[in-house]
Write a protein that binds this ligand. Sequence first.
Ligand code: ATP
Ligand code: MG
Length: 401
Amino acid sequence: MSGAVLLPGATGLNGSGQQTTLGVMGGGQLGRMFVQAAQAMGYFTVVLDPDVISPAGLVSHYHIQTDYLDQQGLAQLMQRCAAVTTEFENVPAPALVTLGAARPTAPSADAVAIAQDRIKEKAHLARSGVPVAPYAVIETATQLAAVADVLLPGILKTARLGYDGKGQVRCSSRAELSRAWDALKNVPCVLEQMLPLAAECSVIVARGWDGSVVHFAPQLNLHREGILAVTEAYAGNMPPALADQAVTAAENIATELNYVGVLCVEFFVLKTGSPECTAIGALVVNEMAPRPHNSGHYTLDACDVSQFDLQVRTLAGLPLTQPRQHSAAVMLNLLGDLWVDGATPRWDQVLALPGVHLHLYGKLKASKGRKMGHLTVTAATPEQARSTALVAASVLGIAPF
Ligand code: ATP
Ligand code: MG
């Protein structure tokens, strides 16, 4: 179903006053921030997530605790809410098909199904006007044997269910590649050429039911061990020509997919002068996330409209306005590693610094690499944001960047 305008707050106050309710599949931190944005505007919220305790379930008006494909759970969700979104790309597409037949559902099952499968995804990304990394699909031993030499060294990535660098193995020889595919249980994969990265960036766009598109300027992202560690968002964080190219490509991808909702597209910037850069070009599109993205969390504190506000607006058929960033921002991810010895990080010391915004997701167990929260430093200038963020990082034991 396509979207109607779902006005927030209680409707029909002179009759049977009812709260407009928005639903989200998934109870992680992205769901939590969606719920908080929706509630701030006066919507009621419902979260479907199998866990008893989840970051979004904890703050939502309603929590339906069933599996994503549970027919009763889906029926309850449809009964409770006027429209449904999703907060992670591995929600089974059939669940979104069921929901989409009865309620405006954004993003659509089709768009999510493409993002869930690297093989389908690459085919779509390649139409954006920016190239993808040279790659080969590996579904059979014959395809494995036939990979071109240029793809090694490379990264073997499972076609499905990868996140935060999981389901990826770096291989420098054919023997390693073959062992890696066995280690990944011979599931469908893509082998990507290992590219010399100068930087990584991402672009977040939001597209409405009427086809209108707005975007945030590209964020510069630093990954450590395959996990986002730092995002720097301010004018001049990357060459303007590349930034424009990335925004156009992200808009093209959203339009091409007839996408509704918030979409993040990740890019690689190749080292200038490298043979790969000469052969492919400076900008390479890596992957897309059919939802708000970790690299866009700074928008909560540094922009007049956040990525979660835009997720609410797209879902509810409300107008999209072009976001304006009012502060330079640096975001640090707070991973479970900060709690390793059981001690609580010194939030008091960090909050003594100017422009620090602390976001913790309500998770009760910390483990290495688990996203527990994030911290955004806003400032009048990029230099101030960076220098304060470096102090915050050193207080918390996060490596400098
Ligand atoms: P996400 O959590 O963003 O969904 P993911 O597990 O799907 O991550 P990718 O984005 O494919 O993984 O890769 C994770 C990181 O590994 C990238 O951000 C980049 O730092 C590095 N990487 C991936 N592919 C390549 C490549 N072809 N060449 C060089 N580095 C790469
Ligand atoms: Mg990625």
